[in-house]
Design a protein around this ligand. Sequence first.
Ligand code: FPP
Length: 243
Amino acid sequence: MRPAPSQDAPSAPCHVAIIMDGNGRWAKARGLPRVAGHRSGADAVRRAIIACRELGVRYLTLYAFSSENWKRPQDEVDDLMGLLRHYLRRELAELHKNNIRVRVIGDRSRLAPDIQGLIGQAEQTTAGNDALTLVIAVNYGSHAEIVAAARRIAREVKEGRLDPAAIDERLFSAHLQTVGIPDPDLLIRTSGELRLSNFLLWQAAYSELVFIDTLWPDFDKKHLLEAISEYQRRERRYGASSG
Ligand code: FPP
């Protein structure tokens, strides 16, 4: 749910969401296979997590694999899944040591069983951590998430457990996979593309959008600070007048 408009000086965003784009172009510019771009993208993920933790960001959501990404060539899909598997195996101890909670959104039923197991293990191990919540969107698509929420609500109504009059924005939000996570304050997309690509469409209703030209594998703390400065320069009114 969105907070009340504040008259105070702008503060660091509580929740930063990132569409990590440009891995393929980064690799192509260097004459490398696309997987090399994704590997460097995974290094940028580590940098982004450290930077967010240092800056006091409480939630970081990363779009790692969209529900449309299955349309990519099978070997690239395999590479991306391999990177995710590797990341969950190798980084869990470090994330836990740094008091970082891991949550995964998206339809995990289509993922390989071992990856589903690693996700469950990461979520369970880190459930009590509270320095930063890392939300990884895997096989995620906003339309599918909203449709699934509508279906669950409809079922509750049909079974007599929910009065249709009780359906409001708060209840709907509570049926999304992001339940318990505040809406993103700042949404960043790298690589110069100006689209949301089916990412957090409900949750980003009032997010500040910052598009930067940098390709994701080159993203570092400096870019995050620039995006946060841009966010802080903007006046967030949540539909209210400028007064
Ligand atoms: C978009 O670049 C990026 C992706 C589809 C995948 C993002 C994945 C990672 C950064 C690595 C693994 C992530 C984790 C959390 C371990 P693109 O391939 O569409 O680039 P292009 O538009 O230049 O072709």
